[in-house]
Design a protein around this ligand. Structure first.
Ligand SMILES: Nc1nc2c(c(=O)[nH]1)N[C@H]1C(S)=C(S)[C@@H](COP(=O)(O)OP(=O)(O)OC[C@H]3O[C@@H](n4cnc5c(=O)[nH]c(N)nc54)[C@H](O)[C@@H]3O)O[C@H]1N2
Ligand SMILES: Nc1nc2c(c(=O)[nH]1)N[C@H]1C(S)=C(S)[C@@H](COP(=O)(O)OP(=O)(O)OC[C@H]3O[C@@H](n4cnc5c(=O)[nH]c(N)nc54)[C@H](O)[C@@H]3O)O[C@H]1N2
Ligand code: SF4
Ligand SMILES: [Mo]
Length: 743
């Protein structure tokens, strides 16, 4: 601190994947952030920020944010000491596991953990210590089809190529709205400017989406596609490539297997045969494929609309397949694998697919990545008998609003013996907990853009310092994970932490000439850091740009990375294949059995009559899933939880702008306000998720009063994308009718 009480701190925004650079002016004496602005010197975001850049400070200041552990009593919530809270959690979980076995404790892991390096580093340990077969996460309402497709093709679930927007000249975007979401699994701040740059260079963007989205508005072409039909369009696309002799795998050809089998598999799917199901006529499909083929530097990208649908894995797989068959994988301007400084995309040893090692109890659905589908959470929590779940741990997640059958999740939670939530709000989910353990906010701990530096446009390293010293007696989320895991197992957290460091060092140093000496050297060299920062220093130093603990003295260390206030640009994406491949034979098999076996299910679906009306989701720039609605700046303004309806549908269903309508699915009904817009494809309505702040016991009064909305997930059933177990939240058949009266 200088004599002035204000201080300038540079860090990245922890709220969405774009991870924009920020400049914070802070008053340390008052522990207040005076301003948050875009950092013009950040090479990635170039000063750009969106409306949510202030969110983490508003959360920090929100009087309803929990600052100490609370316990639910018959008379409401009571504050308790950390020791009391942690020992009760440890004892209860230990007791339940002793009595009913390890799988009697379920866990749900939410999305904000992806934005917290320190938590990520300790998550694997926590999961391993918990060792439950009832592990759920937001990933199965999100990207798991992409995880599975990439794992089967490239050998690792997180080896996911990103479209190289800076060098492409033809972007096809399916099921993503990066102008609003700010890009998912493509991490590019200010997507709008990047697309403008692409268009100024003479490039084009084509959007395939059942809604004419904000992204479609700036694209050269938008095609309405029927929800859930992308797999069919892409099968026909592959067929077109073969029929026209346009398959040009290029440099990867010597390591790509299965091209001929693929040709057979796609033979039944012609542009004409998929026109009806996709809603796109055959000539337009053929022209799209021809345009892509004719472009110098095309790339195909698919995101959540492509994942969370009936054939999410097949569609996500075909996106990769088309890029490969067109010679667009691992080339500039195509689909490229990033090279994060923390080394997670380096050539690591082959690990067999984690799929089907156990099954859900209620319906015998196979696990993937150690997880059961979030859509099955309600039924799994409700199992009866010897195999019943007795306890639940939630970690930064709000499954009651975010997961299909949310209302049933909530009811099932209420019947459990014990629920502990690691969260800093009493919301629709955590209100059903017995104890809530609130962690520090993003302003009170350091961070590193670990996950999102693996999905970037240029390689980069970015450390974010702690802004305010954490309040006395507050805990970081990773400390809570350590405490809970240790206490459940009758251990001390400090001992568990030390074991983790030694275990990690043993693993890292196994191949060294003298593993023990190397581990001792690394331990000594990183002594100035503790816990997750120590792991970060180790990962950076051993990573692809690292100093290798002396062998490459100019390389990165945490000291160097943290001294770089605007982050470090590590250059454009580079070719990573084949050396980064982690498949067993170091080859790419285009026709993995797990996916190919799902094609008959698709073939059957092609015979079905088309539903009259289906629902899809949407995101708004000022929302982040369910959790920013308690912040006044994001809760005010026009109602955003509305049903978008095409004018033709509005007319035939007698729906009127601004009037309430009842939307009904196989599992329930909700009433929400109609907005009539030709941005919707006829036959499709759009209903955003993350609303439904209607539980009277939620401690988020702003959300409850100003922006309650209704929950889309109360209308979604357990239907799954079969190979990955991902929720089908898009393309859900619905009926809609007017309601008299004003909502
Ligand atoms: N119908 C439908 N459903 C969807 C989707 C959809 O498109 N349509 N999208 C899905 C997707 S992509 C996702 S990622 C999921 C999100 O699903 P979830 O991750 O379950 O839900 P969030 O609303 O993000 O809830 C985040 C929770 O974390 C808490 N939290 C935030 N930051 C912190 C922190 O630093 N520490 C702690 N301890 N807690 C914190 C918040 O208070 C909140 O309770 O929703 C999914 N659900
Ligand atoms: N402002 C804001 N930003 C966010 C979030 C947020 O809640 N708010 N959430 C963050 C998270 S957790 C994630 S995972 C990302 C997601 O990022 P994106 O994938 O960009 O998500 P969406 O904006 O929901 O865009 C999905 C699009 O898919 C379309 N769609 C629906 N069904 C289909 C279909 O069957 N086929 C095709 N082709 N399209 C379909 C929808 O109409 C929608 O336009 O966003 C992140 N960024
Ligand atoms: S785009 Fe994302 S990372 Fe950038 S300021 Fe907005 S919320 Fe933060
Ligand atoms: Mo997500």
């Amino acid at each position: 601190m200088t004599e002035s009480a204000t201080e300038t701190i540079y860090r990245s925004c922890p709220t969405c994947e774009a991870s924009c650079g920020l400049v914070l002016e802070v008053d340390q004496d008052a522990r207040q952030v005076i301003s948050i602005k875009g950092d013009a010197d950040d090479p990635r975001s170039r000063g750009y920020v969106c409306a949510k850049s202030q969110a983490f400070n508003h959360i920090h200041e929100d009087p309803e944010r929990l600052r100490e552990p609370v316990r639910r009593t018959a008379d409401g919530w009571e504050s308790i000491s950390w020791e009391e809270a942690l020992s009760e959690v440890g004892e209860r979980l230990h007791g339940i596991r002793e009595q009913y076995g390890k799988d009697a404790i379920a866990m749900y892991y939410g999305n904000p953990n992806g934005h917290n390096f320190n938590t990520q580093i300790y998550t694997e340990l926590f999961i391993n210590m918990l060792n439950t077969e009832r592990f759920f996460s937001a990933g199965s309402v999100d990207q798991q089809p992409k995880n599975l497709a990439c794992e089967l093709l490239y050998g690792n679930a997180w080896l996911i190529p990103v479209p190289d927007l800076e060098r492409t000249d033809f972007l096809v975007c399916m099921g993503g709205n990066p102008l609003v979401s700010q890009g998912s699994l493509l991490g590019a701040p200010d997507i709008k400017a990047r697309l403008q740059e692409l268009h100024e260079r003479g490039g084009r963007t084509v959007v395939l989406d059942p809604r004419r989205t904000e992204t479609a508005e700036v694209a050269q072409q938008h095609l309405f596609i029927r929800p859930g039909s992308d797999a069919f369009l892409l099968l026909a696309w592959v067929n077109e490539l073969f029929s026209n002799d346009w398959v040009t795998v290029g440099a990867l050809a010597p390591i790509v297997d299965g091209v001929m089998e693929l040709r057979q598999l796609v033979a039944p799917y012609t542009a004409a045969s998929v026109a009806a199901v996709t809603g796109i006529d055959a000539a337009t499909i053929r022209q799209l494929v021809a345009d892509f083929h004719a472009a110098d530097n095309p790339v195909l990208y698919g995101r959540i609309g492509l994942c969370t649908q009936e054939f999410g894995t097949v569609a996500s797989w075909l996106v990769e397949v088309i890029n490969i068959l067109s010679g667009r994988l691992d080339v500039p301007g195509g689909s490229m694998i990033a090279r994060p400084a923390t080394g997670q995309n380096e050539p690591l040893p082959y690990q067999p697919l984690k799929h089907g090692r156990w099954k859900s109890r209620a319906r015998g659905f196979p696990e993937y990545m150690g997880m059961l589908p979030a859509s099955l959470m309600a039924e799994e929590l409700s199992c009866e008998g010897a195999d019943a779940v007795h306890a639940l741990i939630t970690v930064a997640g709000n499954p009651v609003l975010s997961v299909p059958n949310g209302k049933a999740v909530r009811s099932a939670m209420e019947k459990l013996d014990f629920v502990v939530a690691l969260d800093f709000y009493i919301n629709e989910t955590t209100a059903a907990a017995d104890i809530i353990l609130p962690s520090t906010t993003q302003l009170e701990h350091s961070n590193y853009d670990f996950l999102f530096s693996a999905f970037c446009q240029r390689n980069f390293a970015r450390y974010s310092p702690q802004v305010f010293a954490a309040a006395d007696d507050s805990r970081e989320q990773y400390e809570l994970l350590l405490e809970v895991a240790a206490r459940m197992n009758g251990m001390e957290a400090a001992d568990l932490n030390a074991m983790m460091l030694d275990g990690m060092l043993a693993q890292i140093c196994a191949a060294a000439a003298d593993p023990e000496a190397r581990a001792a050297q690394i331990k000594a060299a990183t002594e100035q850091y503790r816990d997750s920062e120590r792991f970060l220093d180790i990962l950076l130093r051993l990573g692809p740009y690292g100093d290798q603990f002396g062998d490459n003295p100019d390389g990165l260390t945490l000291a160097k990375v943290s001294a770089a206030e605007h982050g470090i640009d590590l250059g454009p994406l580079q070719s990573m294949l084949p050396h980064a491949l982690r498949t067993e034979n170091k080859r790419i098999n285009l026709v993995p059995a797990l996916i190919v076996n799902d094609l008959p299910r698709a073939a059957l679906a092609l015979q079905r009559p088309l539903p009259d009306l289906v629902m899809v989701g949407r995101r708004h720039i000022r929302d982040m899933n369910s959790w920013l609605h308690n912040l006044v700046p994001y809760a005010r303004g026009k109602n955003r939880c509305t049903l978008l309806v095409n004018p033709q549908d509005a007319t035939r269903l007698a729906l009127h702008e601004g009037q309430p309508a009842e939307i009904t699915t196989a599992v329930g009904s909700q009433v929400l306000e109609v907005v009539v817009s030709d941005e919707m494809m006829p036959g499709v309505v759009s209903f955003p998720h993350g609303f439904g702040h209607t539980y009277a016991d939620s401690g988020q009064s702003t959300a409850r009063q100003r922006l309650p909305g209704v929950s889309a997930n109360d209308l979604v059933d357990e239907t799954l994308d079969v190979p990955s177990g991902t929720s089908v939240v898009n393309g859900v058949p619905v009926s809609v009718k007017p309601v008299t009266g004003v909502p």
